[in-house]
Design a protein around this ligand. Sequence first.
Ligand code: HEC
Length: 105
Amino acid sequence: MVLITIQTIVILLVSSCSPPTMTNPVTGEVDGAKIYKSYCKSCHGPKGDRGLSNAADLSKSSLEENEIRQIILYGTDNGMSAYKSVITEEKEIGALVKHVKSLQQ
Ligand code: HEC
């Protein structure tokens, strides 16, 4: 009985220490909106149109998905930083690109 309790505690500890993930625990899908919220919302705003620090208005942008991906990965010379060392999982980049594309009107 004591052993089972200890095992349970160990399992709980281990699972709560796993690295933060943007993956939905139920569906296993990566949540692009969540990634956007963590890294992009501060300048671009929830709908992409905040424009803080001269951030481009993503709702008025007409970039294709591959162009969005390049900008996220490598940044621009005009204030948009490169995120290739921050968002490293291909699945996360893909989900984020889709979310950014969905902000376009
Ligand atoms: C520090 C503020 C800041 C943050 C944080 C930021 N951006 Fe930007 N972003 C900018 C600025 C400034 C530009 C305009 C750059 C330019 O014109 O060269 C820009 C431009 C862009 C563009 C190009 C839009 C267009 O039509 O030209 C995309 C796409 C973009 N950002 C996506 C993102 C994503 C996705 C994130 C989160 C991973 C993010 N940005 C985080 C400041 C930011």
